[in-house]
Design a protein around this ligand. Structure first.
Ligand code: GLN
Length: 312
């Protein structure tokens, strides 16, 4: 059976998502995110030839939140290499994204780089030897470079909102510091962490920025080699097993792709060898992952036969 036309599938998904009444709940624990209109949806599919197929609100900036953790991991692996794994594990946690329980049992070593504790430890590694402003600049410039778009920016209001209310992340960071897992001043680490979570991008930019993960470490649109093929494959593996926290099994079961979610309602998903996909809808499910974003990706992989586990 021939594959359906991608543009048709993307247009159908955008139309169906716009009409659905079930939209999930926007995150309110970061007050600034609680003000976002849940009636928004975007899907962008970046292909090997550099083109991007878009549906819905593809040009609207949103807070990428934990999707930034894919890029901080990429950057930290570039700086520290495999030494990074002495400070962070790579096993699924099976716990909520901001859970502290395993940290005590595992002597302050977070289970993986995508739960909050793990991402804070990764941010600490990026910060070492730099001023916070420089470290943040490195992260922002990496995203602008990967998206090939200087419009990628930090939403200062979102960062300030999380700085005021991020008590749980402060607890995680201090707890790790107590075990000697965090090197730098906790408030500096958190400052960089809150600001990289507050990076704002459009779905089109995010799909383009993730493209190197679908094409063996090379961005096909710009021709830039970003990381080795081996490292891209391994980051994809961690996205598959840990990218949706305790909802990672469900995401693999329904969507069948490596993916990373954020509480801003964005998801970056990777179709190895084919495409990088960004979806965004601010309403979240019980795991804190985009409700319609996951449904949209399930429709995309089902209709296109894009699950890494085989066509339907
Ligand atoms: N900045 C958010 C936090 O630390 C990111 C969480 C997320 O996107 N899952 O709580």
């Amino acid at each position: 059976m021939p594959s359906p036309d991608l543009s048709d599938v993307v247009a159908e998904i955008a139309a169906e998502m716009a009409a659905r009444p079930d939209r999930g709940q926007v995150a309110t624990y970061i007050p600034e995110l609680g003000r976002i209109d849940p009636n928004q949806f975007a899907i962008a599919v970046a292909l090997r030839d550099g083109s991007v197929v878009c549906g819905g609100d593809c040009g609207t900036y949103f807070s990428i939140q934990s999707v930034s953790k894919v890029f901080t991991l990429t950057l930290a692996l570039g700086l520290a290499g495999d030494r990074l794994w002495n400070r962070v594990g790579r096993e699924p946690s099976g716990s909520r994204f901001n859970s502290i329980v395993q940290l005590e049992q595992e002597r302050g070593i977070p289970r993986n780089p995508f739960i909050n504790a793990g991402a804070i430890a990764v941010t600490d590694m990026i910060l070492s030897g730099h001023q916070p402003r420089e470290a943040l600049g490195e992260i922002l410039r990496l995203l602008q470079f990967l998206a090939d778009d200087d419009g990628v920016h930090i939403d200062r209001a979102v960062a300030a909102s999380e700085e005021r209310t991020g008590f749980n992340n402060r607890a995680l960071a201090n707890f790790m510091k107590g075990f000697g897992v965090i090197e730098n001043t906790v408030e500096y680490v958190l400052g960089v962490y809150f600001h990289h979570c507050a990076i704002a991008m459009t779905a089109r930019q995010l799909a383009a920025a993730g493209s190197f993960l679908a094409h063996q470490g090379k961005n096909p649109a710009t021709g830039h080699s970003v990381i080795t093929a081996e490292r891209a494959r391994r980051i994809n593996a961690i996205m598959l097993t840990c990218g949706h926290y305790d909802g990672s099994g469900e995401f693999a079961y329904r969507v069948g792709l490596p993916g990373k979610s954020g509480v801003g309602g964005g998801i970056l998903a990777v179709v190895p060898g084919k495409a990088s996909v960004a979806v965004w809808s601010p309403g979240l499910d019980a795991w804190g992952n985009s409700h319609l974003g996951r449904i949209a990706l399930e429709m995309l992989t089902t209709r296109m036969g894009w699950s890494i586990f085989g066509a339907p």
